[in-house]
Design a protein around this ligand. Structure first.
Ligand code: SAM
Length: 255
């Protein structure tokens, strides 16, 4: 289960890649824009200012996220749905997916299917985390295996930029693919958890927490907190948290 409030912590750090991604989309007046894995919808809603004439739609498999998005009364149609079942429509000129496809194993097989169904000149813009070799995820994977939850220890579920570029170019698109490592400077709050633990609770730790008993989760969390404190020491009252992200913007042919 996703908790929108926990996810929305670090909102500034989490939203920056979305804006960096969208800055590379050149659509002038798209008819419809779809955000796949839209989460709480706050970023989807920003697209209304850029494209006031577009029909905006957000799709997410989490009922909690869609409930939060709808409650904000953004000018967007939100619906609960699995992006694996989504099919482009003839007026879908922009498709966005920010920080969602890493949760969908084998998503690279969806991409050529989407491209084939999108209209000519459509834009497909995707960002996924590329931090699965970072100390945070190495520690999480090791501890997950130690806790007997090896099935949840995900290897890197994303391609690198060149891998996505090959897939999209192979599907006939013009492709722009790149990576950026952001250096998040997370404040240490006295008496609070290590900030990288707090960050991970909003995303990567959810499946582990759901699989453990309350006591098992408490032990897991304490152990991970100690390992994170050693991997990401505080300097003064700040922890530096490098975070690699992978981007691609693909344009279908014919316009
Ligand atoms: C890290 S959040 C990103 C939310 C939003 N795009 C943002 O950038 O703030 C990942 C989202 O992907 C959604 N998600 C994961 N698997 C999905 C699937 N198969 N279909 C639709 N949404 C999915 C989750 O429910 C979650 O809201």
């Amino acid at each position: 289960m996703w908790d929108p409030a926990t996810y929305l912590r670090f909102g500034d750090e989490r939203s920056r890649p979305f804006f960096d991604l969208m800055a590379r989309v050149g659509a002038a007046e798209p008819r419809a824009v779809v955000d796949l894995g839209c989460g709480p919808g706050n970023l989807t809603a920003t697209l209304a200012a850029r494209w006031p004439g577009a029909r905006l739609r957000g799709v997410d498999s989490s009922a909690e996220m869609i409930e939060k998005a709808r409650a904000e009364r953004y000018p967007v149609d939100f619906e609960v749905g699995d992006l694996r079942e989504w099919t482009p429509e003839a007026d879908h000129d922009v498709v966005v997916s920010n920080a969602a496809l890493q949760w969908v194993p084998g998503h690279e097989e969806l991409l050529p299917r989407w491209v084939a169904a999108l209209p000519a000149g459509a834009w497909l813009a995707v960002q996924v985390p590329g931090n699965f070799d970072a100390p945070s995820h190495v520690a999480l994977r090791a501890l997950t295996v130690e806790a007997g939850l090896g099935d949840l220890a995900r290897d890197a579920p994303v391609l690198d930029p060149a891998g996505y570029a090959d897939v999209l170019a192979g599907a006939g698109c013009a492709v722009d693919a790149w990576e950026t490592t952001y250096l998040h400077r997370l404040p240490v709050v006295p008496g609070a958890d290590h900030p990288v633990l707090t960050w991970m609770e909003g995303t990567a730790l959810r499946p582990v927490r759901a699989a453990l008993s309350p006591d098992g989760w408490a032990v897991f969390r304490d152990t991970l907190a100690r390992r994170l404190a050693s991997a990401y020491p505080a300097r003064g009252n700040v922890v530096s948290f490098p975070f690699r992200r992978i981007f691609f913007v693909a344009r279908t042919q014919g316009d």
